[in-house]
Design a protein around this ligand. Structure first.
Ligand SMILES: [Zn+2]
Length: 281
């Protein structure tokens, strides 16, 4: 299968990502697509789709995914995207419906930075502004959890159980950033959204890595490995998954550069790249 699959802390991430070729991920739970690339089988089961921005290497597969969902009778689909592209996306789906002679309708929800939507009980999506050449968003997947009340921390489990048995509320509600996806973005993003340093799983692009491409990131709204190296001391994440490598670079070279330039993070860094750069031949 085209794609890579990783699991962290009960969350499965499957995907393929090459700059300019295609980028898509499927996240379980809850069955959420983060961008759709050219369309890929694992995305068919995604009840929710988040599109980070309008560039076609992230979005062109939408009609294919919706057609497949329709053929398999897979209920409604909700697509979250930047508000600025919602109208064009609705037109695109409308044109595809006419070409296919069937209604591919999906609920398109245009979002502004800071907005949030409940996906299922205890799990919500919150979006933040990225820094790209077109309006772009990233998103946090936030889970609500029950944790022991702070004032009971350190208490013997038997004692906690006794309190609970007496009808005392021993837990508190708290929210945790489970996964954050940055879409396509330049380095300004981290000043805009510092919570990215504390999310459990950070899915972040690393498009460029060579000295020759050092200035490309700023010019095209992408990250260079050295942008991440400059912030290395701040990443508290359990896992950092790099994606969206330029087709001019090989995955093996990025793996070596991470060991050399980010040694303190290397054991927490993973890759969903897909080392099949199209040659165009
Ligand atoms: Zn882009």
């Amino acid at each position: 299968m085209r794609g890579v699959s990783l699991t962290f802390d009960g969350l499965k991430i499957q995907g393929f990502s090459r700059a300019g070729d295609e980028t898509w991920f499927r996240i379980d739970p809850p069955g959420l697509a983060l961008d759709v690339g050219k369309g890929a089988s694992p995305l068919i089961g995604a009840r929710w789709i988040f599109l980070s921005h309008s560039h076609l290497d992230h979005t062109v597969g939408i009609p294919w995914v919706l057609t497949q969902r329709k053929h398999q009778g897979l209920g409604p689909t909700t697509i979250f995207c930047p508000r600025t592209m919602a109208g064009d996306l609705i037109d695109y789906i409308g044109a595809a419906s006419r070409l296919e002679s069937q209604d591919l309708s999906a609920e398109v929800v245009g979002l502004e930075p800071g907005e949030s939507r409940e996906l299922e009980q205890g799990l919500r999506l919150e979006v933040f502004e990225a820094n790209h050449t077109v309006p772009a968003l990233g998103c946090h997947l936030i889970r609500r959890q029950q944790k022991l009340r702070r004032d009971l921390e350190g208490m013997a489990p038997r004692e906690v159980a006794r309190l609970k048995g007496n009808g005392v509320e021993v837990t508190r509600d708290c929210e945790e950033l489970w996964l954050s996806y940055c879409g396509d973005t330049g380095a300004e993003l981290f000043a805009r959204e510092p919570r990215l340093f504390e999310t459990k799983i950070l899915l972040v692009e690393c498009t460029f890595m060579s000295p020759q491409t050092r200035s490309h990131g700023e010019r095209f709204g992408h990250l260079h490995l050295q942008d991440l190296a400059a912030l290395a001391g701040r990443f508290e994440n359990e896992a950092i998954v790099l994606c969206h490598l330029s087709r001019r670079h090989r995955l093996a070279d990025l793996e070596r550069a991470v060991l050399r330039d980010l040694p303190e993070l290397a054991d927490r860094i993973h890759f969903i790249i897909g080392d099949e750069p199209g040659t165009g031949k």
